[in-house]
Design a protein around this ligand. Structure first.
Ligand code: BGC
Length: 345
């Protein structure tokens, strides 16, 4: 019988907790290089859990919501699971209606990452993905570093190198509910510094053109609750809510400028997101139901909000989009970094 405390490779899950001087903790696991928890002490010193997560490490194996996982080689969707190399179609392993989602059926979220180093406030994970893994060309070595700073930033730094030309898009799929588990996450207030977003069809595959957020429910340039314009337009109706990539303003690429802010409904917690990535995927947990929660029950839909830093979805097939290339050549290093900063108000 499968020991519920062991990972599919028969070895235990390794869990690392980072802690800073104010008592904030961030917990990470080597399986999927997954971010399990973020506990922030509030003004009354009581810690609040701000991330959705499962009760036991083994529960992560049986949920399909990618809770807190590292996504790779290519976060989000690649249409028809096909990229083009030297002018010829190159087939990847599909895992969703003929498309590839989050790196394929055995993406980086379903792998044992090696812990390279860890200390009280930092942990580094490494994964070597073989040539042909999930259909991708070449061997790829990925590294993800998590650091918890004294000012309550969880900094995530991604690096990757390849030995054949390959598209690379690494991200994290944490879901936030700054009010704590058990409330409707759409009551949170969001501000997103993006003037354009990418419409998708009902399979989440992007259409060819970015669209201005102005005059639609997709506009978060002025802070509003996620609930305010929820399902008010056909963009959202196709995918049961927000599940869209926003192209960030150029000003967001300066490390000091946030890409987004999120506030709890009770006004006690704020989170700011900083990223070097061109886009943020806003996902309102439209298909979250069934994932095991921290009490061993199940999350309903819309109980967490994901803000995933990445290239626009299906970028390998859209060289014309206004962002840097997602293709990495041998000798180049892929870099991406994202920080989530938490404030107790
Ligand atoms: C995607 C959703 C998908 C979810 C899986 C998100 O990043 O945008 O369409 O259902 O991941 O949990």
């Amino acid at each position: 019988m499968l020991n519920p405390q062991l990972a599919p490779d028969g070895r235990p899950f390794n869990i690392v907790t980072l802690k800073n001087i104010s008592g904030t903790t961030a917990t990470l696991m080597d399986w999927g290089a997954t971010w399990l928890s973020l506990q922030l002490p509030l003004q009354d010193a009581k810690p609040r859990e701000l991330l959705l997560g499962c009760q036991h490490p083994a529960d992560y194996l049986i949920q399909r919501a990618y809770l807190g996982a590292t996504l790779g080689r290519y976060a989000n969707r690649i249409a028809n699971a096909t990229i083009e190399i030297d002018g010829k179609p190159h087939l990847l392993t599909a895992n969703q209606r003929g498309n590839q989602l989050h790196g394929g059926p055995e993406g980086f979220d379903k792998r044992r990452w090696q812990i390279l180093s860890h200390s009280a406030q930092q942990v580094s994970f490494q994964l070597v993905s073989a040539d042909g893994d999930q259909g991708f060309p070449g061997e790829l070595t990925a590294q993800v570093d998590y650091a918890l700073t004294e000012d309550n930033r969880l900094e995530i730094r991604y690096q990757a190198s390849v030995d054949k030309l390959c598209p690379v898009n690494l991200s994290n799929h944490a879901y936030f509910n700054l009010d704590g588990e058990g409330t409707d996450a759409r009551q949170q207030t969001l501000q997103l510094f993006a003037d354009q977003f990418l419409p998708v069809d009902s399979d989440g595959i992007p259409q060819d053109r970015l669209v201005d957020v102005a005059n639609s429910g997709m506009d978060f340039r002025i802070a509003k609750t996620v609930a305010k314009d929820f399902l008010q337009d056909s963009y959202q109706q196709r995918v049961k809510g927000y599940d869209h990539a926003y192209l960030l303003r150029h000003s967001c690429h300066h490390a000091a400028n946030p890409a987004a802010h999120l506030w709890s409904a009770d006004g006690r917690v704020k989170m700011s997101v900083f990223t070097s990535a061109p886009a943020l995927q806003l996902y309102s947990g439209n298909f979250l139901s069934g994932a095991i929660n921290r009490a061993g029950g199940q999350y309903p839909n819309y109980s967490g909000i994901a803000l995933e830093s990445q290239f626009l979805p299906d970028s390998p097939n859209h060289a014309n989009w206004p962002q840097r290339s997602c293709w990495i050549k041998p000798g180049q290093i892929y870099h991406s970094s994202t920080a989530y900063q938490f404030f107790s108000l």
